[in-house]
Design a protein around this ligand. Structure first.
Ligand SMILES: N[C@@H](CCC(=O)N[C@@H](CS)C(=O)NCC(=O)O)C(=O)O
Length: 245
């Protein structure tokens, strides 16, 4: 298996966590989004949307982190990350759907403000804008353009903050009476939300977690797993560009 991914991309982290928990062996092709490597023609052939992650398994191309994880669960069920009963499966899918439609998008504006905008400021602006114009997805292109031109304001962050704060309270409700989001078993729901909880460190909102002990305990629990250590960069490290990027 080959994963096209980026170290600090939360969607890539979702898939890396799943691969590691399942103990699957994979090779990585790292793309530096800050250098627009995801816009290279070779990668756009795999995903015309220009988004990581992309998984190649048995010569077949898969996109969309949630779909990739469901595929891995179906194809490699030996280490189960889904409950066996239909109601349990539905609960995990509800979390996956929620994560994809809420926190996954919401985390981007504050992450851009903290990580991407400072990188863009160091680049030649006209060159950066030429790259940005090539971004296929209009919503993503607009976010890059905002970061490269006017800059992201506090006002631009408000809606994201509301969604991310609600994510923590939603988790708190579930975790007040059980170890993991969907009961006593670690599932895809926990793995898929973990990158967004960890990102709160970098965007200076981790105090929301600290003021919800069940969520903080859950975070320590998931963070202490070997898979987490292998799949995730250090909390709060996103501002530093590692040597291999
Ligand atoms: N719904 C997609 C979203 C993928 C996505 O947004 N990936 C981001 C990184 S987390 C990306 O590739 N961004 C490229 C860009 O911002 O131009 C998924 O879950 O895989």
């Amino acid at each position: 298996m080959k994963l096209y991914h980026s170290l600090h991309s939360t969607c890539s982290q979702k898939v890396r966590l799943c691969l590691e928990e399942k103990g699957l062996s994979w090779t990585g092709h790292h793309l530096n989004l800050r250098k627009f490597e995801h816009l290279h023609a070779e990668f756009l052939k795999l995903n015309p949307q220009g988004l990581v992650p992309v998984l190649i398994d048995q010569g077949r191309v898969l996109t969309e982190s949630r779909i990739i994880n469901e595929y891995l669960e179906d194809q490699y069920p030996q280490v189960a990350l889904m409950p066996s009963d239909p109601y349990g499966k539905a609960q995990v899918r509800l979390w996956s759907h929620y994560i994809e439609s809420g926190p996954s998008e919401a985390v981007k504006m504050p992450s851009f403000a903290k990580n991407i905008q400072p990188s863009l400021e160091k680049m030649n602006r006209d060159e950066a804008i030429e790259f940005i114009k090539k971004i296929p997805n209009p919503q993503i292109r607009d976010r890059w353009m905002l970061a490269a031109t006017q800059g992201i304001s506090q006002q631009d962050l408000i809606a994201s903050h509301h969604i991310l704060e609600e994510m923590v309270t939603r988790m708190n409700t579930a975790l007040s009476h059980q170890q993991w989001l969907c009961g006593d078993q670690l599932t895809l729901a926990d793995l898929e939300i973990a990158p967004f909880v960890q990102r709160l460190v970098r965007i200076d909102l981790f105090h929301w977690v600290q003021s919800h002990p069940p969520v903080l305990d859950w975070f320590h629990r998931i963070k202490s797993r070997t898979a987490f250590e292998t799949a995730m960069p250090q909390a709060g490290s996103e501002g530093h560009i590692p040597a291999n990027e």
